[in-house]
Ligand binder design. Structure first.
Ligand SMILES: [Zn+2]
Ligand SMILES: [Zn+2]
Length: 530
């Protein structure tokens, strides 16, 4: 009787818990997590300690309130809203992808905001996009079930799987192949391994972001070694989607999966190997895609006329993947705040040219198209300042071991992640201005500076004028985790106020201080913090 009751209770429990079979399925590994909601933050951002406050005084009559955190966040929210419009429209690679309707709406809105700020010449400048845009239409990544992996083992779908640019439609729709785990995909990891015909799983550590990850290019290398496909398994918070061409492998099917799916894959590969069943573990990939041509993209351009026609260009790319909360709604919001602010200041010495650019993620390059369309800026530009990823929250490894993710959990600190400062000509004066970023404005930067200016400035390089920026890519770079909430309001204000100082100082200075290169004699200026 008691035995019968136990059986009844067990059956009842099994019925109540749809995942009860998980105790044996997949070697006892809990099933893969759902996709992290791309409309919501992956992490908590409002815990015990609030972000480092931004306390700046408003000087009467100087319109400092135009650079307040709340005003900047309102613009950032509006910009992110264009991405959500794209998500709502069912775009597969959603966001403010250059040349798409959501991107064009972003540019049109930015131009109307610049006009409303009093920049009367604000306009949309369209350009034809050379080449094509890769558009995936449908895809799926499944780990194929086998009863040998435990009773109740069913085929599971990894919901965070995202195909990487260039992947062509798979002939016949689906490719099923055995998996091979290749660690970080270094030559040391690959010693004695044969990836031919298999789907290789690479563990990618975005440290501090995909931009700085050591596994860039590994997927392409594996495809050249004959891998049938590659899964870049990201070590990251939650179960986000990622896209980045540096993890693609030409036309072969390459995917990225988020942190929890990466953990599931790693677990079942390890357990299958331990049980001597690795040769039975297979993954199924499906993908259809097409290349779209005949596209038009755009820059948004406006100026504040100075006493001289010589320009200072202030640039922020308006395109981005997913919400692009930091990349680059942050930079574009700061650009708009600075345009409103300088429109209210006394006439500058130089003409300030604001560019909401078509970006560099493709298709088409915004700055390169601007340079081609405006021969006059070739000789008449003093300095180019880029606003890009200006206030990512600082993500750190946490205090507890994650139960369904690789390693320790993640948390945010009370400040923004440190940004790399670049000044292409190493002007001592410009470096001196950048010293005030941390000292007077609380902007987190590296302690070093250099000549590297990655990001949107590449298209301006032919002008051969000094260019400067600060940039960081961050944990959620090019992922669905790069959301509105992940950019602290205080960080946006710190960035905006520092850049207002930088532009005002550069505008007022002797031009020779800006063009003077490394090692030029220079007397550091006294810059009292306000
Ligand atoms: Zn980007
Ligand atoms: Zn960017």
């Amino acid at each position: 009787m008691r035995k019968a009751l136990t059986v009844i209770l067990l059956v009842a429990a099994a019925l109540a818990l749809p995942n009860a079979a998980d105790t044996t399925a997949w070697f006892g590994t809990p099933g893969p997590a759902p996709l992290s909601d791309p409309r919501a933050p992956v992490m908590k951002y409002d815990d015990v300690f609030a972000p480092l406050p931004a306390r700046f005084t408003h000087r009467p009559g100087t319109f400092d309130e135009l650079l307040d955190a709340a005003a900047l966040k309102a613009d950032q929210k509006k910009i992110v809203g264009f991405s959500l419009e794209s998500l709502g429209a069912g775009d597969k690679v959603w966001g403010r992808r250059a040349a798409t309707p959501a991107f064009m709406h972003t540019i049109e809105w930015a131009v109307s905001a610049l006009k409303a700020a009093g920049l009367n010449d604000a306009r949309v400048e369209t350009y034809a996009v050379p080449g094509t845009m890769w558009v995936p239409q449908s895809w799926q990544l499944q780990v194929i079930g086998d009863p040998a992996f435990g009773a109740g083992t069913q085929t599971v779908t990894l919901r965070s799987a995202f195909p990487q640019p260039g992947g062509a439609s798979i002939p016949g729709g689906t490719l099923i192949a055995p998996v091979i785990y290749v660690g970080h995909g270094t030559d040391a990891d690959l010693a004695g391994r044969d990836v031919a015909g298999k789907i290789a799983v690479v563990r990618v550590r975005p440290e501090p972001s995909l931009f700085g990850a050591g596994e860039q290019g590994v997927a392409l290398k594996l495809a050249k070694l004959g891998a049938a496909g590659v899964i870049n398994a990201i070590e990251g918070p939650g179960n986000a989607q990622y896209i980045d061409p540096r993890f693609a492998c030409g036309q072969a099917p390459c995917f990225m999966v988020g942190g929890q799916d990466a953990w599931f894959l790693q677990e079942v590969i390890g357990k299958a190997a331990k049980a001597n069943l690795l040769d039975r573990l297979k993954v199924g990939l499906s993908l259809t895609s097409r290349e779209q041509d005949g596209l038009t993209s755009a820059n948004g351009v406006a100026t504040i006329r100075g006493q001289s026609d010589t320009r200072i260009i202030i640039n922020a790319h308006a395109d981005g993947y997913f919400q692009g909360g930091d990349d680059n709604a942050s930079g574009l919001a700061v650009l708009l705040g600075l345009a409103r602010y300088f429109a209210k200041q006394p006439r500058p010495k130089h003409t300030l040219m604001f560019v909401a650019s078509g970006g560099h993620h493709g298709p088409g390059n915004g700055p390169a198209s601007l340079v081609a369309a405006h021969p006059e800026i070739k000789s008449g530009t003093l300095l180019i300042l880029n606003l890009e990823h200006v206030a990512y929250a600082d993500v750190v490894r946490g205090k507890v071991r994650a139960a369904d993710n690789i390693g320790m959990s993640w948390e945010t600190s009370v400040t923004e992640s440190a940004k790399a400062v670049g000044v292409t000509n190493e002007s001592p004066f410009l470096f001196d201005l950048w010293k005030q970023a941390s000292r007077c404005y609380g902007v987190a930067t590296y302690q070093s500076a250099g000549t590297t200016v990655s990001g949107d400035l590449g298209g301006y390089r032919p002008l051969n004028v000094p260019m400067t920026q600060m940039i960081q890519s961050g944990t959620f770079y090019h992922s669905s985790g790069d959301v509105y909430e992940e950019v602290p309001a205080e960080g946006l204000e710190r960035a905006a106020r520092f850049h207002a100082f930088l532009i005002a100082q550069a505008d007022a200075a002797d031009e020779r201080l800006i063009t003077a290169g490394k090692g030029s004699p220079y007397q550091p200026m006294a810059h009292p913090c306000q």
